[in-house]
Structure formats: C-alpha cells, structure tokens
Ligand binder design. Structure first.
Ligand SMILES: Cc1ncc(C[n+]2csc(CCOP(=O)(O)OP(=O)(O)O)c2C)c(N)n1
Ligand code: SF4
Ligand SMILES: [Mg+2]
Length: 295
C-alpha cells in the first residue's frame, strides 16, 4: 500500500495530530478524563504505523460518544444511525475493496441495537476491523444499562443495581467466526496500537475491545472516581494472557481484566469465498453449455 502522507508538525503551534483530525470540529465533546481521546490517538498512530494512506481509510460509526470519532478523523468517514455502522461499512468494503474499512463505535451501539449485524458480519468474515469502546454503559444518553454493564453495577436505569449478566464481547465474536480478536484497556496504548495494525492487516473480520473509562457516567454512578482513578484501577486489575480462552474471561467488577490477542487465525474472507465460488460456478456453467452445443 502507498505510504501515508503524514508530515511532522509544520510549526510548534501545530498540534501533532492536525494532519489526521478535522480541526474545524474542535473542541471535541468528550469529557475530561474520558478514554476516547487516547483510543483515537492509538487508532491514528496505528494507521501511520501500518503505512496506510489516510486517503485509503474509511471510518464508520453508529451513534454515541464513541461514535463521534467519525466526525473528528480527517478521512472518508460516516456517522451512521444507531447500530447500523456494520451494514454501512460492509457496503463500503464490498464496493471499494482497496479501502481499509474500520468501524469504531460503542458497546451499546455494536452489541445492543447493532448486535445482529455484528454477529453476522463476523460469521461471514467480512474484511472489516471493528473497534468497540466498552465503557460498560450508554454514555451519551445518560448512563442507561447496556449489554456490557457488569452484574451488580449501578446505572441510571438500574438504581438498585443491574441483575442482567453482561455479554463477554470477545467470546461472542469468537464464537460468531471473527478471525482476529483482542482485548485491551485504554491504558495499554502501545499494545492497542500494535493490535490495530494487526487487525487492519488481517483480511477478514477483526475485532478489538477497548475497555475504556467513562468518568462522567459509569464511574460517577459506581463511585469509581476520576478517569485517572479508573485507569489506575484497570492497570491494577489487568493481566495479559494471549493464550486465554475467550470463553473463560468474562468482564465483571472484581476479577482480572484479561487482555491479549486471543484469536489470529486468518481464513478466506466473504469476498474471497464469493469470488472463488462464482468463478468455479461460471466455469461449470460455460463448460456445460459448450458440451450441449457439441452434442
Ligand atoms: C434508534 C435509536 N435508538 C436510541 C438512540 C439513542 N442513543 C443514542 S447513543 C445511545 C447509546 C450509546 O451507547 P454506546 O454505544 O455504548 O456509546 P457511548 O456513548 O457509551 O460511547 C443511544 C441509546 C438513537 N440515537 N437511535
Ligand atoms: S459521557 Fe462518558 S463516554 Fe461520553 S464523553 Fe463523557 S466520559 Fe466519555
Ligand atoms: Mg458505551
């Protein structure tokens, strides 16, 4: 792929990320201490590191605080409707196969309203990278319970605690067929960056969960302190174990947050399968027609 056209800052007053952000959209809406700025930095660093031209990247988001990323990156980007980032991205990828297509969205967007699209894109091994920022809650809309809210956590819709077990995101996407699956926290900046490089290079469905602090809603409702306190908490609780079975590493409030790359097993993507299949079938059909004309 072509090298990206990133340059060093032109002068000392230029922000180091100016080449990759829509500066006319600044200041952003994210709260102080939110993990989203760090996660976005890791993403842009990863694209630079992968040597991918930013003109060859498409970013697609649904709706939510995380989904605002689509409005801030200076690439072709689409801020779609709630839960619909994956079908939108699938269309982009199938029509423009040289575009590195990345979905960046929240846990609620991708696993609640968008859950069906997600599991089927994984099953089909569509060549997408999906980065899910898991802050355990619907951040943008005021902290309602999400499918990721830990058991016995508080939310604005669970004032007496949540009694629904959460999804284990890495287990769900692995069993659905994803060919690259990783989990990191916003504290693991370098590992997260390297993982995004691997994910965009995988020619199939790649999924990265980023466990990320939401100080304004999740931490406040659960008395977890500031964004920095949450990062400290993630740092103390996380362990890296690439050999962990995704089914055995649920996310809850007490146990270790097991991070790592759990799946990296490329297999033919949906497009490759269709191409191979259609070429074979067309040849069979032509051979058959030829045989008829020779009778
Ligand atoms: C069809 C529809 N239903 C509900 C909403 C309201 N809504 C907007 S964002 C959101 C939740 C976002 O949560 P998440 O994806 O976890 O993102 P976060 O804000 O936490 O980053 C909801 C329910 C909407 N915009 N459209
Ligand atoms: S509400 Fe939470 S997720 Fe949204 S910007 Fe604020 S801290 Fe971040
Ligand atoms: Mg969320």
């Amino acid at each position: 792929m072509a090298k990206n056209k990133s340059k060093a800052p032109k002068n000392s007053s230029q922000h180091p990320m100016e080449d990759f952000l829509r500066m006319d959209r600044m200041p952003h809406i994210w709260c102080p201490g939110c993990g989203l700025g760090t996660n976005l930095t890791a993403f842009t660093e990863a694209i630079k590191k992968a040597g991918i031209d930013f003109d060859k990247v498409a970013v697609v988001s649904g709706i939510g605080c995380t989904a605002r990323v689509a409005g801030y990156v200076k690439v072709d980007s689409y801020h779609t409707t709630h839960g619909r980032a994956i079908p939108f991205a699938t269309g982009i990828k199938l029509a423009n196969r040289d575009l590195t297509t990345v979905v960046i969205s929240g846990d609620g967007d991708l696993f609640a309203i968008g859950g069906n699209h997600l599991i089927h894109a994984a099953r089909r091994n569509i060549d997408l990278t999906v980065i899910c920022v898991n802050n355990f809650i619907y951040g943008m809309t005021g902290g309602q319970t999400a499918p990721t809210t830990p058991l016995k956590a508080y939310s604005s819709t669970a004032p007496f605690k949540n009694y629904e077990p959460p999804f284990n995101l890495v287990s769900l996407v692995t069993s659905s067929g994803a060919t690259y699956v990783a989990r990191w926290t916003s504290l693991h900046i370098r590992r997260m960056t390297d993982s995004i490089v691997e994910a965009v290079n995988n020619k199939g469905f790649s999924f990265i969960e980023i466990v990320s602090p939401c100080p304004t809603v999740f931490a406040r409702k659960n008395k977890k302190g500031s964004g920095l306190d949450l990062l400290d908490h993630f740092g103390k609780r996380s362990v890296i174990d690439h050999s962990a079975n995704p089914n055995d590493i649920p996310m809850d409030l007490e146990n270790p947050i097991v991070c790592g790359v759990f799946v990296n097993k490329p297999k033919p993507s949906f497009w490759e399968n269709v191409q191979t299949g259609i070429h074979g079938e067309v040849k069979k059909h032509r051979d058959y027609e030829k045989s008829l004309s020779q009778e």
